[in-house]
Design a protein around this ligand. Structure first.
Ligand SMILES: *Cc1c(COP(=O)(O)O)cnc(C)c1O
Length: 450
């Protein structure tokens, strides 16, 4: 052992890997050789012969678990794959604030203690048109916090058509129970009328909650009550209307043919007193839950003790502020924020990228057919359900390698590549592959499909 560690191999490993893992790897390497001898074989006992094995073990032990990968599924806001990739400026701002002290809770003008939430106030007002705003850990937290602040021990009215479950066990009725609010369900699954809400209001009612049906649609014999009508009713009884928008889009997607995603500004103008939404869905920022609305209600949220438990950390805050700043110039935001860029990219440009990938692997991999085909991608993240985005995919078909084998090899490669299987073909959707990743992706494909 000592001999190995003091030799040139040992020195190189100790420079590269933690000492504990090098020791473990050397021990395991020697053990393996010993086992071979016991099994009656006569392995090469030189360090040169054992070293590659030891190096691999040390490398494996020292590798991190959370690693970047290439998303070729075409699903832009893929919760399992980390949702939104951040803009350059957001990343730069994390770097800046992470590497030194900052004025996180310090008011530079007065030289006194400040509030971490003050950094977002101006931008949230400007990009949403709200009176005030605040951000917490995630949108599930934002909803929990608001329900606790407005309706703890009281009733909150929700339509039965909006008792949603979002992937990863976020269920409106369960969150309401946790917040201490009493759920008052009204209407039917497919239809809820204004009078349903009206009949449910009593002296114990503290809130009317509207929830955006993020990940599904109700079509056919269906009806729900718009926030504008709820707002009129709630106003008469002096209770607030809260709209959980889920995804929370800041730019108008109608010019792109997407009509049923209200912007945060629209939700507020329609009459919602409080609007909650995610930082890492359509907004394209870090994981966060944003609450905007009337000043008096944001103040009530600020006084709730849960806020401290759900508070946003400084790195997230720096990424969120930089992301919101991008929205001050919407045209630039559509290019600089990866989620928006991927969602709104011209199909012809996606096709060009798909062609580049296909050309890069043709003649280099064993496959009968490598084609660029038209297909559809999804926004994901519970945003824009039922909206099909025209896209182009690289389709790979090989007699010698079944699509599920292909999928497995690419998934286990480094970096991993995640695609999808459709009708005996392996598909790579070029929408979610970033330009800078094309070269790496071609390398991964060549290595996996040899
Ligand atoms: C996604 C979503 C949530 C949860 O947001 P997270 O940021 O994932 O915590 C809550 N409500 C709705 C309607 C959603 O779509």
């Amino acid at each position: 052992m000592d001999e190995v560690l003091k030799g040139p191999f040992g020195e190189a490993w100790l420079r590269k890997y933690p000492r504990r893992y090098v020791l473990e790897a050397v021990r395991e390497g020697i053990d393996r050789t010993r086992r071979l001898i016991l099994e009656g074989e006569s392995p090469d006992l030189s360090i040169e012969a054992i070293a590659p094995d030891i190096g691999l073990i040390a490398e494996h032990l020292s590798s991190l678990s959370l690693i970047p990968l290439i998303n070729a599924t075409g699903i832009v806001i893929h919760t399992n794959l980390g949702r939104a990739a951040l803009s350059e400026r957001a990343i730069e701002n994390i770097r800046n604030t992470a590497s030194s002290y900052s004025n996180l809770e310090y008011d530079l003008a007065s030289g006194k203690r400040g509030k971490r939430y003050s950094h977002l106030k101006r931008l949230l007002r400007e990009v949403t048109g709200a009176e005030d705003g605040i951000a917490v850990n995630n949108n599930a937290g934002a909803v929990l916090l608001c329900l606790s602040a407005f309706s703890r021990g009281k009733e909150a009215i929700v339509s039965r058509g909006e008792l949603v479950e979002i992937g990863g066990s976020f269920r409106i009725p369960d969150v309401m129970a946790q917040s201490g609010a009493v759920l008052r369900e009204v209407g039917a699954t497919n239809k809820t009328h204004l009078y349903d809400y009206e009949n449910a209001i009593n002296e114990n009612t503290a809130l009317i909650l509207k929830v955006h049906r993020s990940n599904y649609r109700v079509t056919g014999f269906a009806e729900d009550v718009p926030v504008s009508a709820l707002s009129g009713l709630a106003g008469k009884h002096s209770i607030p209307v809260m709209h959980d928008l889920g995804s929370g889009c800041l730019i108008d997607l109608k010019p792109y043919g997407i009509h049923d995603e209200p912007t945060v500004g629209e939700a507020l103008r329609e009459g919602a007193d409080i609007v909650t939404f995610s930082g890492d869905k359509l907004l394209g920022g870090p994981q966060a839950g944003i609450i905007v609305g009337k000043k008096e209600y944001i103040e009530r949220v600020q006084k709730n003790p849960l806020l401290r438990a759900l508070r946003i950390d400084k790195l997230t805050l720096s990424a969120l502020e930089a992301t919101l700043m991008e929205y001050i110039d919407e045209e630039k935001a559509k290019i600089r924020i990866p989620v928006l860029r991927m969602l709104l990219e011209e199909p012809e440009r996606i096709k060009a990228r798909a062609k580049k990938i296909a050309d890069g692997i043709r003649r280099h991999v064993k496959a009968e057919a490598i084609e660029v085909l038209e297909d559809f991608s999804q926004a994901g993240g519970g945003a824009l359900p039922g909206v099909n985005l025209r896209t182009f995919v690289v389709s790979i078909k090989s007699k010698g390698l079944a699509p599920n084998k292909m999928e497995e090899r690419l998934r286990l490669g480094r970096p991993p590549v995640i695609g999808r299987i459709k009708e005996e073909r392996f598909l790579l959707d070029a929408r979610t592959v970033q330009d800078e990743e094309v070269k790496t992706l071609i390398g991964c494909l060549r290595a996996a499909l040899l």
